[in-house]
Design a protein around this ligand. Structure first.
Ligand code: DC
Length: 217
């Protein structure tokens, strides 16, 4: 049986960067589940589908042809990995990811992919829902201010200011943790890591120690 590592946490906690680097270090594959919700959101926006209309969204789900290869995301074969990081997608993805049918579809895909190799999945509901029996679960967090600072630093868009990014992070935290279906929540058996005062290397080393202690690697 393959091993799986769940990394959950709020927006901007550094999950994707950490998960990607850790996966390279330990020879696991990596699946960014947030990018899947972003890809669907991009599809709806690009096709002028009203994302406030849940029924309409439901009726379009079977039209979406999402594929993933080497951490790159494709719609109908077109690489959209850059587009899904836009401010517009970031602003709208929480709403799209709150819809039940959207989640069911993507969770099914995530479970299928997770079965095929040793893998790290990062997201919001991996430890609490998608992979309840993951080999190990981490909940990675940091203060909202620190997460906003990091997001700003990483952002390719130059016209953003700190207060706006902080407000968006807080809005998403609130939306993601209070939504009805599988909200952002630390699983009972997840290891909490607060990265506010830790470097990327510090977080990775700490996780590696836990992986060794728990015989995941
Ligand atoms: O990690 P991210 O910022 O790329 O995630 C984008 C959005 O997708 C986030 O606002 C919440 C949602 N999401 C989710 O609901 N469940 C996941 N497993 C991953 C992301």
């Amino acid at each position: 049986m393959y091993k799986s590592i769940a990394i959950d946490g709020p927006a901007g906690a550094g999950k994707s960067t950490i998960a990607k680097r850790l996966s390279e270090k330990i020879g696991f594959n990596y699946l960014d589940t947030g990018a899947m919700y972003r890809s669907y959101t991009y599809y709806f926006l690009a096709n002028n589908i009203d994302i406030n209309d849940e029924e309409l969204i439901n009726s379009k789900l079977d039209d979406i042809n999402l594929s993933i290869e080497d951490n790159k995301f494709y719609l109908d074969g077109k690489d959209i990995s850059k587009e899904i990081r836009s401010e517009q997608v970031t602003k709208n993805v929480s709403l799209v990811s709150s819809y039940r049918r959207v989640r069911e579809k993507l969770v099914e895909m995530q479970r299928k992919i997770a079965k095929q190799s040793n893998i790290i999945l990062d997201g919001r509901d991996i430890g609490s829902h998608v992979l309840k029996d993951a080999s190990i679960k981490f909940f990675l967090t940091a203060s909202a201010e620190e997460r906003a600072r990091r997001r700003l630093q990483d952002s390719k868009e130059t016209n953003q200011d700190f207060e706006a990014v902080l407000a968006d992070i807080k809005r998403r935290d609130d939306f993601d943790s209070t939504r009805e279906i599988t909200p952002l929540k630390q699983a009972d058996d997840a290891i909490l890591i607060d990265s506010t005062d830790l470097s990327e290397d510090g977080v990775i080393d700490l996780m590696k120690q836990y992986l060794e202690q728990n015989h995941v690697i």
